[in-house]
Design a protein around this ligand. Structure first.
Ligand code: AMP
Ligand code: MN
Ligand code: MN
Ligand code: MN
Length: 305
């Protein structure tokens, strides 16, 4: 299949320190601008806290801005992430979703502190709050950071993957909204819903087909076929399946830290040119005169690492 290196100039999935990213929202916008991004969404986990600052900074920088939030949900017992875009954060349905998610997050964080401590990896509630002062925004990476600093875990994978995932010694059951309830509500609230990082969910081939179909039926709009470290196989596999279900395709970085995705070339994506018109396009969010169409800057070649 013919391929091309695509420069969308758009970033539809990234995090600030309002959730588990390391930069404040204004610094995220400055970083993206330096990376050549022209339109950005800030999509913190279950939070819209950073949108105002991100939006005003983006305006100063001449960067297009889209409201965003990465919601956590459950489907067949698995945690699924949905990137909601282009909505009014004050909309009452959105506010109710955020309130419930915040309560779940704070409760889970307390549970995780107790479970980690009981498993021999002590983290106090005070330490957790020192890492992220808003209880409703505490995530597993904050607790992982504490364990790494104490020398009790080697890295995030060691702390999250080996301790806090289902079946691990300090797992705490998740209490997020069901995906089948989340998607219709996001639609009613006027948001565009994107399935985040499909490669992270465990399904059989048949199960994944059913999952994509349900995502569409319940009101989903698009699927990230490239997100952060996604491989070429994922692009083909998830792209074909998304298009078969009449879902749009999206590409984004899932930026959390400069160290990992600090290079401008990360914003070059390797996807088949013939899918260009299938890309999620939020044209109403900015003036198209100021936002040239995405371009293919090179043919073939390896994807950017
Ligand atoms: P939470 O929303 O609190 O469950 O935390 C999920 C976040 O943890 C993800 O968005 C990633 O930023 C991070 N994360 C999860 N698993 C890993 C892992 N194995 N290695 C590094 N980061 C991870
Ligand atoms: Mn995260
Ligand atoms: Mn995610
Ligand atoms: Mn994310």
């Amino acid at each position: 299949m013919s391929r091309g290196i695509y420069r969308p100039g758009i970033e539809l999935h990234c995090h600030s320190n309002c959730s588990d990213g390391s930069l404040p929202p204004d610094e995220v916008m400055r970083h993206l601008r330096r990376c050549g991004v022209r339109v950005a969404a800030l999509t913190d986990h279950d939070s819209v806290e950073g949108l105002e600052l991100a939006r005003s900074t983006a305006a100063e920088l001449g960067l297009g801005f889209i409201n965003g939030c990465e919601f956590s949900a459950l489907h067949q017992g698995q945690v699924i992430h949905v990137v909601a875009l282009d909505f009014d954060p004050a909309e009452p349905r959105i506010q109710r979703l955020l309130h419930a998610a915040g309560e779940s997050r704070a409760e889970r964080a307390r549970g995780l502190c107790a479970a980690l401590t009981a498993a021999g990896f002590p983290v106090s509630w005070e330490e957790a709050l020192a890492e992220q002062p808003r209880a409703e925004a505490i995530g597993r990476p904050h607790l992982a950071q504490i364990l790494i600093r104490k020398g009790l875990c080697a890295d995030f994978d060691d702390a999250i993957g080996k301790l806090m995932e289902p079946g691990r010694p300090a797992h705490v059951p998740e209490t997020w909204i069901e995906l089948r309830d989340l998607l219709p509500r996001l639609k009613e609230a006027g948001a565009t819903s994107v399935m985040a990082h499909p490669g992270r969910y465990r399904f059989s081939t048949e199960g994944r087909r059913g999952f994509f179909r349900a995502f569409k039926e319940w009101g989903g709009d698009a699927v990230e076929i490239l997100c952060g470290q996604g491989s070429g196989t994922d692009v083909q596999r998830f792209g074909s399946l998304a298009l078969r279900m009449e879902l749009k395709i999206s590409a984004a970085s899932d930026f959390h830290h400069k160290s990992k995705w600090g290079r401008p070339n990360h914003y070059l994506f390797d996807i088949p040119p013939r899918w260009q018109d299938k890309l999620l396009w939020l044209g109403k969010s900015w003036d198209p005169d100021n936002f040239p169409a995405p371009e293919f800057v090179a043919a073939a070649g390896p994807a950017e690492a």
